[in-house]
Structure formats: C-alpha cells, structure tokens
Design a protein. Structure first.
Length: 306
C-alpha cells in the first residue's frame, strides 16, 4: 500500500514538472482604440496564460484609491472626457499569481498637427513617454517626414540600456532608408525625387526576421535581419535625434530638421491597407502609441504646429 502511494506521489511530481509552465501576461486594450469625447470607452484587461484570473484591481496613476476591484476585467467609461486621461493599471490575480498591465490613455488628437524641428541642434528632440509592456517579437513604426536635409539624419530612435540602436529609422542619404534592429541594419533604396512629404512604415518579425518597408503606402521588396531576436521593452524613444546612449549621446550632424507627424508604433506586423489607414491618421488597430494617443514631451527647440 505504502509503495503504491509513493508511486502515485512520484507520478504526480513528475507530471507537474513536465507540465508546460506558460508565462502569464496581461495587457489593457481600449475599445474603440481611439476614444471619442463624450462617447463610451471600454478598457479591458486581457490575460493570457492563466485559465481563470479571479480578480481584477484597476488603478489610475496618481490616484490613491483603487478605481474598481472584482471579477470584472472591464473598466467602463459611459461618457469619456478629458478628466479620464492618464495611466491606468490593471492587476489580475489568479491561481498562478498576479500580473500587471498598464495603459496610457491619452488623446492629444494631433491629427493635422506636425512637430517642427526648426534648426540643427545637438539636443532638441521629442521624447515619447510610452513604451511596450513586454519585449517585442514584432513591431511596426510609421511616420510622415518633410525635410530638405541631404545629410544623414535620424527619424525614430528606440534605445535600450544594452543597445542604442535597438530600433532606429535612419536616412543616411536622400536615396536610402535604413532600419536597425538590435544594432544591425537593412537598407532600402528609394527614388531621390523632388522634395516631398514622405510617409514611411517599417515592420519586423522575429520568427522570420522579415522586414517590411513602405514608402508613401507602397510596399518595397521585403528583406530580413535578426531572426530570433527579441527587442527589449525598457526603452527610451526619441524623435529627431539619434541616441548613442540610453536617452542621450546625440550628434547635431545626425539631427532631424524639418517636419514630422503621424508617428505610430504597434507591437505587431502591418498590412498595406493598414499602412494606408495610418497615413490618413485612422489606424485600424490599437497602437502602443499613435497620433491621437501620443504621450510626449518636447525638449529644446521643437514646436507643435497646425
Ligand atoms: C517564460 O519566461 C521565461 C523567463 O522569463 C523564459 O525563459 C521562457 O522561455 C518563457 N516560456 C514561454 C512558454 O514563453
Ligand atoms: C467627466 O466625467 C466625469 C464622470 O466620469 C464627471 O464627473 C465630470 O464632470 C466630467 N467632466 C467634464 C469636463 O465633462
Ligand atoms: C509575431 O508575428 C508572428 C507572425 O505574424 C506571429 O506568429 C506571432 O504570434 C507574433 N508574436 C507576438 C508575440 O505577437
Ligand atoms: Ca545610435
């Protein structure tokens, strides 16, 4: 009898060791992705890897008391208004422990506005105050830029402490764009046309390393780099300067001079249809940050203008 119990116990231990321990992750999604003033907005806390999270604790950054606590993974705003802007935190607790997700609810509605970088400096930039919640297996970055620079310049610089060129959209010369991922880059040759507002999107996926590039809504032949790499989530994200250290190490000779707008970043790939929607500032899916939900801080001489 004792031997049977021992046998059973051993089996149970072995089974629990062999059982896959999936990682529990949580993220907050907004429905609709871009809120409309005085309309309904729902934030939902989506948990993966835990079959049945039991309790959701909703908090708002800077507020002492929790907003809501219970089995409901939804935070409802019947009539969304400006007083609701801020950073929301969801703590989901289940049998596998507690997982935390945050969300920046912001609406600047910058549509029809642009950042103007009026002159070459070694410090003026826009700091994006949002970042992914988790390391990235996939990403897409899109933006409009308008410049008469012919020297190298940085458009979008995403640095981690370990790698300053973790993600970098760089234009070394008028006929070339470069996308860096984890310090390595691919080049896309583009026509050196008359000076014009240019819309670019670049995407990358880890499983294949494939990089997509779109210029003015047109897909370029795909290339690849850094298959299997993971992009760090602890990032400093800067527009208009190239970071050579985390949050700094700028070089005036690589600064952006001109106008930039409609900056979006997603933690997923993108289709050509979605690229074209982003060009018109009406993205189809929720970005990590986007032009209507764009927490930012300007540093030095950068102006937001209609
Ligand atoms: C879970 O996380 C650990 C460490 O963070 C990692 O090594 C492992 O590969 C992850 N497992 C899955 C299934 O994602
Ligand atoms: C915003 O909504 C809250 C209710 O959630 C309400 O108390 C407040 O008065 C509203 N503010 C404005 C400016 O409409
Ligand atoms: C990344 O993209 C690939 C290919 O589209 C997909 O299979 C995978 O699930 C995505 N990973 C994440 C974490 O979204
Ligand atoms: Ca750099």
């Amino acid at each position: 009898m004792g031997q049977l119990w021992l046998c059973l116990l051993t089996l149970i231990v072995l089974f629990s060791l062999a059982a896959p321990r999936e990682n529990v992750t949580a993220r907050i999604q907004a429905h609709p992705p871009v809120p409309t003033m005085y309309h309904q907005l729902i934030l939902s806390c989506e948990v993966t890897g835990d079959p049945s999270p039991k309790e959701f604790l909703w908090e708002k950054d800077g507020h002492h008391d929790p907003l809501q606590k219970g089995p409901d993974n939804i935070l409802l705003f019947p009539s969304f208004n400006k007083s609701h802007l801020g950073t929301y935190i969801c703590r989901a607790t289940g049998s596998l422990g507690t997982t935390v997700a945050t969300y920046n609810l912001w609406i600047d509605d910058l549509a029809n506005k642009v950042f103007v970088f009026p002159q070459e400096t070694k410090d003026s930039h826009v700091l994006v105050r949002a970042k992914p919640e988790q390391p990235l297996q996939n990403f897409t970055v899109c933006l409009w830029s308008y410049t008469d620079l012919t020297r190298p310049h940085s458009l979008f610089s995403y640095a981690t402490k370990a790698q300053d060129n973790e993600i970098l959209l760089f234009k070394p010369k008028p006929s070339e764009y470069r996308l860096y991922v984890g310090g390595k880059f691919v080049t896309f040759r583009v026509p050196e046309g008359i000076m014009a507002n240019e819309h670019i999107c670049a995407s990358w996926e880890s499983t294949t390393g494939i990089v997509g590039f779109w210029l003015n809504g047109k897909p370029w032949p795909r290339k690849g780099l850094q298959r299997g790499y993971t992009v760090g989530a602890e990032a400093a994200i800067v527009l208009g300067q190239d970071q050579d250290t985390f949050g700094g190490g700028f070089d005036a000779q690589q600064s952006f001079v001109g106008e930039m707008s409609s900056v979006y970043m997603w933690d997923s790939g993108i289709s050509t249809l979605e690229v074209r929607a982003a060009m018109r500032d009406s993205p189809k899916k929720a970005p990590i940050f986007g032009w209507r939900n764009f927490p930012y801080k300007t540093v030095g001489e950068v102006y937001l203008k209609p």
